[in-house]
Design a binder for this molecule. Structure first.
Ligand SMILES: *Cc1c(COP(=O)(O)O)cnc(C)c1O
Length: 376
């Protein structure tokens, strides 16, 4: 069976975790600080703050951006459900906008139509690693005095206009879940260029505590901590961070490998009528966290039948990214909402296996099987 994805972890990560465990310092401490510094250096961001996962990264970003009860935040419905959930956590309302089916990212014209007096922020997702057009959304945010938060859960190592995702705006959230390009088991990171945000994020992730454990540990003078506001326990552990440091060293290498597989798919499938392949516009560089193919209207094949035939041949695939407004948790509240472009993109997309190291034979098998099924 060819899986859809697989994290690339080696003895290097295992050894790093082993050493951290034996060091006696296992939760947020020196390894977390090192991982943060290296992630900031890698992305070109001013600061980075490690947290337990991308969902908590998004939650804290909502708080520091000042989003709260009664506010509206515009985001895509077609995203992993955590995107919208993070807006709910602060008592605000997710307002779902359509996506552009050529890159699965927010459609700026549709976003602008949904701005109201209550809109506080735009949550911009770089879906499956393909950067959204950040500058045009930045301009829109400035025009309407909105905050811009990036959900870059899938986009570590992707870049936009020659700069890595994480360096473009004030709040950018990453995930290190095993389904993403690099993993720490679970894990997350927020990059920011705003010093006030940086300081508050560090407080909020650790119970609102004024002094972190490391500062207290290293101080020769007695210090007592105070808790400045009601915070959370959203810490990343040093065990996870030591794995993350090793993963980060491989990120560019992993992306180069992933892009090679993507380009083999592209070459093999570009002549098949009725399907739309992922496409990078100039200035947009994807890490190919996923390779998603869209079945256009003229494609007579049924998506689920294609997936079943792939499964019969021993190849895992996945349906396109979910639409949040049609999930049980949201269905009732959004009963009147129709998002035809997003719904169609979800129902007519198919994600193919792509991971490192994917064997040559397996890549060929995916290509041959998919091409054969699509020949009609
Ligand atoms: C994976 C994902 C998340 C959630 O990340 P976790 O680290 O699992 O919390 C949020 N948003 C998007 C777009 C994702 O793909």
């Amino acid at each position: 069976m060819i899986p859809i994805a697989k994290p690339y972890l080696t003895k290097k990560e295992a050894k790093a975790a082993y050493e951290t465990i034996l060091s006696g310092w296992i939760t947020q401490g020196p390894r977390v600080a090192e991982f943060e510094q290296k992630f900031a250096d890698y992305t070109g961001a001013k600061y980075s703050v490690a947290v337990s996962n991308c969902t908590t990264a998004l939650h804290l970003s909502m708080i520091v951006a000042g989003v709260g009860t009664g506010d509206e935040v515009i985001c895509p419905s077609m995203s992993y459900i955590a995107t919208a959930n993070s807006i709910k956590y602060v008592g605000a309302k997710p307002v779902f906008a359509e996506i552009d089916p050529t890159n699965y990212n927010l459609d700026i014209q549709d976003v602008e139509k949904r701005i109201t007096a209550k809109t506080k922020a735009i949550l911009l997702v770089h879906q499956i690693g393909m950067p959204a057009d950040i500058d045009v959304f930045k301009d829109l945010a400035v025009k309407y005095n909105l905050k811009l938060i990036e959900d870059a859960a899938c986009a570590a190592g992707s870049s936009y206009k020659g700069k890595k995702i994480g360096s473009h705006s004030e709040l950018v959230c990453f995930s290190f879940h095993p389904r993403k390009v690099i993993s720490t088991g679970d894990g997350g990171m927020i990059t920011t260029s705003n010093e006030a945000y940086y300081n508050r994020l560090k407080l909020l992730r650790q119970h609102g505590m004024s002094v972190n454990d490391r500062t207290r540990h290293e101080s020769s003078k007695l210090i007592f901590e105070d808790h400045l506001e009601v915070g959370y326990n959203y810490r990343l552990t040093d065990i996870q961070a030591s794995v993350g440091i090793k993963q980060l060293e491989k990120l560019d290498w992993l992306i180069a490998k992933r892009r090679k597989i993507a380009s083999r798919y592209h070459k093999a499938f570009k002549g098949i009528p009725g399907i739309q392949l992922p496409k990078e516009k100039k200035g947009f560089f994807s890490n190919y966290q996923s390779y998603s193919i869209y079945l256009k209207d003229e494609c007579p094949q049924n998506r689920n039948e294609i997936m079943q035939k792939m499964l019969d041949a021993g190849i895992s695939t996945r349906r396109g990214i979910m639409t949040t407004h049609r999930e049980t948790a949201y269905k009732e509240e959004y009963a009147g909402l129709s998002l035809p472009v997003s719904e169609k993109a979800c129902d007519r997309s198919i994600i193919l296996p792509l991971f490192v190291p994917m064997k040559d034979d397996d890549i060929e098998k995916v290509i041959e099987t998919f091409s054969k099924i699509l020949k009609y």
